[in-house]
Ligand binder design. Sequence first.
Ligand code: GLA
Length: 359
Amino acid sequence: MTMTLFSKIILKLVCSMMLIAPFFVSGQTDQHRRGLKDYYKGYFPVGVAVTPRQLADSAQKNFILKHFNSLTAENAMKMAPIHPKENSFFWTDADAIVNFAQQYKLKLRGHTLCWHNQTPRWMFYDQAGNLVSKEVLLQRLKAHIYAVVGRYKGKVYAWDVVNEAVADEPDRMFRNSLWYQICGEDYIFKAFQYAHEADPKAILFYNDYNTEYPRKREHIYQLLKKMRDAGIPVHAVGLQAHWSITNPSKQELESTIMRYASLGIKIQITELDVSIYAKDSDSASGFTPEREQQQAAQYLSIFKAFREHRKQIHGVTFWNLSDRYSWLDNFPVRGRKNYPLLFDAELQPKKAYWEVVNF
Ligand code: GLA
């Protein structure tokens, strides 16, 4: 029996109704179903710094799974929390994050193996309270890196091996940390060597902030070049990206990306937030409509640059989930509430979010 034209049209209509019906039923539009990571699928993974408590809370867990496909432990893998005493490790928190990433097939960045902050005192001192020798310190660094990288081998795909070793002062190359005072620059090279030995497949990062300031950018460039020329296994640079509504300009950001990319290394944005205060001295007048607008414009500008440089940018990670909590609530001014992320305290998208996903 042949179908009449009329019944064919009716059949088509019914079929297409059936296809779109679920969205009407759930009241969801495409905009609501897609998360940040989905908009950036063809570009780079979108990550977020987390605590184990957030992963255990069902609302935050669902929010994370909707918007992000990569995680970084905000604190759990840092040296002081994970290696509180020479012969004792605290794995519980880091394990929880690793297990979550495995369960939901999320990428996981390791952060961080060697830093001047959040490092336990025992690392630098002997039992009599004197600073240890270079030999002892490097031995301890090696034991730490072997234990942590070894435990998560194959589960953590990238490590921030050395964090913030370059100085802020324009006339100084290296930060004058205890690492540097005891070992000179060798601790940096050794850290990369140990991490590579512990997991030869991991992508190894040097990670720092203010990477767009010309002098510091150049110092970091020189350090990376020296390591590359010497065959030290540094594969990538992490731009922390603790930025603000006025900094950096698109042009400053692009020059930074191209400068580091010229070394033939990968780049990731590792700790992104955009402070609503242009200066440390700005008074705490809160999230005004003007600042909201400036922040949306700044997010638009930096994500445009990321998209245009998708060949160089291999990942973008936000530092904290939403404006409910950010480390910037207490830095650099104690108690000055900040609103640096794409989601508000109720985990709802802000104006800046829509700028970032509308392209
Ligand atoms: C640095 C570190 C991060 C984090 C932030 C502030 O950028 O790399 O781990 O501690 O400071 O929270």
